[in-house]
Design a protein around this ligand. Structure first.
Ligand code: NZQ
Ligand code: ZN
Length: 386
């Protein structure tokens, strides 16, 4: 196992009817900006629950943060923060609203010329404006981590940011919110969380037995609860496991002491930036070709995953590893998620070259657990995903 340090300061409040507890978490005298997305919270009752909990709090609302939170819109929110002397942020939404709020938490205290530099110059935030979250969509783990991904339509960019000052102070996870989520978004959440685990597991062994089994247990849970989550009727038990699995998949725990990959996400973000494809679906597009291209480097771990998650017990390491890749693609398809770029756009010619160029321009010369995936190799992987 590799050396590591681990600190996760986010308080989780989990369970039915817990949204009202947010009134106990927001500091007295806070001047709050309540941030949300396109309006789903007004239809499913979450908005009313949050408003009731804020009855004795000074707050201003800012709605309209879109999926893949957009820089220009967030800059409007930043003006509100400045004009109203906001001191505390409350994100009510999925990964997009929470990530947008993290950007604002960083931008509100940033002293440089333009907050876009936080993304392009990799500026880590040590102490952002404090914020809490009410999660409405399990998927990203953003509710218990310190990372965010921000999109800029004008330049077709999607860039990551983070820092120890960007953990939420608290996050409320009420599985009842899942009732109103469209199945397409449930499928996205399952695929995103599944890939988060894979990115922190499908590398090479450092004999970290507990981390491997943490990872496998999350994968097994997601596989088990996927069918009930996609059924029409709401299943609270499955929803609870779904929600907590998504959080645990990316709150830092399973990646401690082990190598991580994250190349699938790096390539996936470019597909969202270029074509607007949902985040989770971009991961499903890249995964198979990434694992096939890097087969030799990853086959031991692929075979272990095949055995322990998919019960593949026959054949050589190569056979098991190959079958495990096929099972992964079949899992995405069972969620109703297509796994080729051509399923999403007809204009994919040149995509691989464009992504390789972007990585070169940004100086990203070696992605993956061995930092060995050069832009030229990325180009080949993306081409295999057409
Ligand atoms: O905007 P509203 O009206 O709220 O509707 C949203 C949105 O249309 C809807 N929704 C959310 N909760 C709902 C609901 N609809 C009905 N009932 C509810 N309870 O779902 C749609 C998608 O929401 P979004 O927040 O965009 O989805 P998700 O949570 O998948 O977030 C995706 C974003 O997170 C980033 C992605 O890149 C993408 O920008 N990620 C963030 C990460 C992180 N911070 O750690 C890691 C991830 O790998 C990912 O990159
Ligand atoms: Zn993701």
């Amino acid at each position: 196992m590799n050396n590591f340090e681990f600190k996760n300061p986010t308080k989780i409040i989990f369970g039915k009817d817990t949204i009202e507890k947010l009134k106990d978490e927001i500091p007295a005298n806070a001047n709050v900006l309540f941030l949300y997305g396109g309006g789903s919270i007004k239809e499913n009752g979450i908005y009313d629950q949050v408003k009731a909990a804020l009855a004795n709090v000074d707050f201003t609302e800012f709605g309209g943060i879109p999926a893949n939170p957009e820089y220009e819109i967030l800059m409007d929110a930043l003006k509100v923060i400045e004009a109203k002397n906001i001191t505390y942020l409350l994100a009510v939404g999925g990964g997009s609203v929470i990530d947008g709020t993290k950007f604002l938490s960083a931008a509100a205290v940033y002293e440089g010329d333009t907050p876009w530099d936080i993304l392009t110059k990799n500026i880590r935030t040590e102490n952002g404006m404090p914020f809490g979250t009410v999660l409405t969509l399990p998927a990203t783990g953003s509710e218990m981590n310190s990372g965010a991904v921000i999109t800029r339509k004008e330049t077709r960019e999607k860039l990551a940011m983070g820092g120890p000052g960007l953990f939420p102070k608290f996050s409320i996870l009420d599985p009842e919110v899942i009732k109103s989520i469209p199945k397409r978004q449930i499928a996205n959440g399952l695929a995103d969380a599944f890939t988060h685990v894979l990115e922190q597991y499908m590398t090479y062994s450092v004999d970290a037995k507990l981390q491997d089994r943490f990872a496998e247990s999350i994968l097994l849970t997601l596989v088990e609860i996927a069918p009930p989550m996609l059924k029409e009727e709401f299943d609270y038990k499955a929803a609870s496991s779904f929600m907590w699995s998504c959080t645990m998949a990316l709150n830092g725990l399973i990646q401690k002491g082990v190598p991580t990959d994250w190349a699938i996400h790096a390539m996936g973000h470019e597909l969202t930036a270029l074509y607007g494809i949902d985040h989770a679906r971009t991961l499903a597009i890249i995964t198979e070709s990434h694992y096939k291209y890097n087969f030799e480097a990853k086959k031991e771990k692929l075979a272990q995953y095949g055995e322990r998650v998919w019960n593949i017990n026959e054949g050589s390491i190569d056979d098991k590893a190959y079958a495990a890749i096929e099972k992964t693609t079949a899992f995405f398809k069972s969620l109703g998620i297509d796994t080729k770029l051509s399923d999403y756009t007809n204009e994919y010619d040149g995509t691989a070259e464009e992504i390789a160029k972007r990585f070169t321009d940004r100086g990203w010369l070696g992605l993956g657990e061995h930092q060995s995936l050069s832009p030229k190799k990325v180009e080949k992987i993306v081409k295999m995903a057409y």
